[in-house]
Design a protein around this ligand. Structure first.
Ligand code: UDX
Length: 438
């Protein structure tokens, strides 16, 4: 099948590349000429494990092309995806749909023959209907169906998630569009991925509801972690114990410094606004966002409490800056809040991240120093805080760290070390939700 992917950001590039890997002919479009020129050279603008190989292989086979002009690609395509950004609108938290609407207009002018227009971008309920309206206004005779097909890709595991999804959600009541979408995803039926066909508005809601539910799960375990710290109990064991109940499930129950990233903060906010405007506020989700924001803000204090009242000119070593491992994405990372609150209190920050330092330099204050590796980062510091659970931090040479740190204090915000590994070596160890033993 011929596919046009409008928007070559994270979702568009991963999805377009994976579709081409199934054997479809894909043209990825972006207005950013520089990005397209680089992609044509095989340069990948984002860090995503396995993506560069997949792009090069499919581009070499001629199934994956890049272009700045959508006209020809849309004219020839049976399926056109809209995968442009939907950032939070400043001020009100609503999703900003101006890129989506602009793409719809351009598609309307270019489409020929029956064309299925699919929203991949995360868009509020009703956007599919708006897009249809825009296209009809622009091109009254266009033979199109507008479908919602949300993505559930996790950064760092996006290719695996695309190729082995738990489910594929397709929202449309148009039988021709259903057939086209079924054919598009047929290669995935080999992996027994269920395709769930539903109404468009339902599909749009499923995406937001999934993310909001996961954010709620994380926030729930984070609050329980706080409780464990006060009353005793180990939150990891609590999570394991409740997760063995199949009605709850074990995933997304890792307590930590609060969720970040490009999706959860933005999508919970957008869903909240939609619900408020509809007069049915989602009070649980409102609370989740408030609790998560205050948690991220409180993490800096936790680090300061752990290192005690440091002498003037104290330094804290920060390991991990990205919002999670295997990505260079800094968006809404808890590290931003932590670094800022340390700097605000006059503490110097020396940071290391295996992949994210170039991105970090763009968003963190210029006062931050960057180290070459975890040991360089720890040298002479009054404490070390692990913010992101990169594999590279899981087996550090603790004896070496102890000799390098001025004060042997480790704040492990992801619970990647058994406390005894550190305390037995004379470290002061602070984890998350690891309360006193009975
Ligand atoms: C998420 C959704 O998982 C994905 O389906 C959706 O399409 C986009 O948003 P992503 O933002 O890439 O994906 O990362 P994810 O792995 O879900 O983690 C989000 C945040 O939650 C991270 O900050 C992570 O550290 C945090 N998290 C996750 C926890 O603190 N605890 C957990 O148990 C899981």
């Amino acid at each position: 099948m011929r596919v046009a992917m409008i928007g070559t950001g994270y979702v568009g590039l991963v999805s377009g590349t994976c579709f081409s890997d199934f054997g479809h002919e894909v043209v990825c479009i972006d207005k950013d000429a520089d990005k397209i020129a680089r992609l044509k050279q095989g340069e990948i603008p984002i860090f995503e494990p396995g993506l560069d190989d997949l792009v090069r292989r499919n581009a070499a086979a001629g199934r994956l092309q890049f272009d700045t002009d959508l006209t020809q690609a849309v004219r020839e395509a049976e399926v056109v995806f809209i995968a442009v950004g939907t950032p939070s609108r400043r001020g009100d938290g609503h999703a900003d749909l101006s890129y989506v609407h602009a793409a719809a207009r351009e598609i309307a002018r270019a489409a020929q023959g029956f064309t299925v227009v699919v929203t991949k971008s995360t868009v509020p309920v009703g956007t599919g209907a708006d897009i249809e309206h825009i296209i009809r206004e622009e091109a009254p005779d266009a033979d199109i169906a507008v479908v919602s097909n949300p993505e559930f890709l996790r950064e760092g595991a996006a290719i695996e998630d695309f190729k082995r999804p738990d489910r594929i959600v397709v929202g449309t009541s148009d039988p021709r569009a259903r057939e086209v979408m079924a054919a598009l995803y047929r290669p995935l039926s080999l992996n027994a991925a269920p395709v769930m066909f539903t109404e468009r508005a339902t599909a749009e809601l499923i995406k937001y509801a999934s993310n909001a539910f996961l954010a709620m799960k994380i926030t729930f375990i984070n609050e329980l972690a706080d409780l464990c710290e006060k009353v005793g109990g180990d939150v990891q064991e609590v999570a394991r114990g409740i997760g063995l109940d199949r009605r709850i499930g074990p995933k997304f129950l890792h307590a930590g410094p609060g969720y970040g990233g490009s999706c959860f903060p933005k999508d919970t906010l957008a869903l909240m606004r939609t619900a408020q405007e509809a007069g049915t506020p989602l009070r649980l989700i409102e609370t989740v966002t408030t609790v998560n924001d205050s948690r991220k803000a409180a993490m800096g204090r936790r680090v300061l409490d752990a290192i005690g009242t440091p002498p003037r000119g104290a330094t804290v070593a920060v390991l991990g800056l990205t919002f999670k491992p295997n990505t260079d994405d800094m968006r809404d990372s808890p590290a931003i809040n932590i670094v800022q609150s340390l700097l605000d209190r006059g503490v110097r920050v020396r940071a290391f991240d295996p992949v994210g330092m170039a991105e970090a330099r763009k968003v963190l204050p210029p006062a931050v120093d960057y180290a070459n590796d975890p040991y360089d980062c720890a040298e002479g510091a009054d404490g070390l805080v692990i913010v992101t659970e990169w594999d590279a931090f899981r087996a550090l040479d603790l004896d070496r760290l102890k000799t390098l740190l001025r004060q042997p204090v480790v704040v492990d915000l992801r619970n990647i070390y058994p406390p005894a590994d550190l305390t037995s070596r004379g470290f002061r160890y602070v984890g998350i939700g690891r309360g006193a033993k009975d």
